[in-house]
Ligand binder design. Sequence first.
Ligand code: SF4
Length: 254
Amino acid sequence: MKRKSLIYKTGVEYGDYTLNHALGCSHGCRYPCYAYMMAKRFGNVKSYEEWIQPQIVENTLELLRQELPRFKDKIQQLHLCFTTDPFMYEHDEIARMSIKVLQEANAQGIRCSVLTKGLLPECLVTLSRENEYGITVVSLNDHFIHEYEPGAAPIQARIQALRFLHDSGCKTWVSIEPYPTPNIVEQNLADILDAVSFVDKIIFGRLHYNRMVTEYDGYQSYYNQCVTRVIDFCTHHEIAYHIKTGTLQAKEAN
Ligand code: SF4
């Protein structure tokens, strides 16, 4: 599969520009995945089965070499990725391409942020120390993870890979998003926070587009309590944090 262009501006807080060098994602998250919903709506994939068979963008490096010089003075931080996963579990061809993308961007003086539900490779320690490496952790419960992120890496392995990068001096972060309500999985947010307390930054956000959330009586109060817990934890441990828009609300919405 080839594309006509790669880098584009985005409104997400991880980076002001992003690129997606694959279509689809084998992690197949059932939150549901917003990228999958959009790909289906716009006819880029026909089914979930097609979505979880990722296709790499074959002309990624060719496009990058054309686009990076043009964008390099505008980009504050290039995010990998917005509509796919750069270190898709057990998809080495995508991981290899992601490393090349990071190398090309860094060579132009562009710092990058990465977010994955796969395993961050150890070789990332050799890249720019301005890069920020993140993983998603919405639960430590393997059964739940297997159900909700069926193709993603086991959670402890994900955390260990991130820990290695942290211990090697890289900037690391965790996205606790989309965080489920207790009727979806019973768990203690404090356990998750403790498991990732070594990171430099935590992003927390609620689960959207899922009826089970709004069916949970008092879901907004619940999310408000979670936000307070995240802020208290981060303040105490001197960790930067960001609460996603729409997670904290002044009034009960249900
Ligand atoms: S890892 Fe991200 S892109 Fe992949 S299926 Fe899950 S939510 Fe979608």
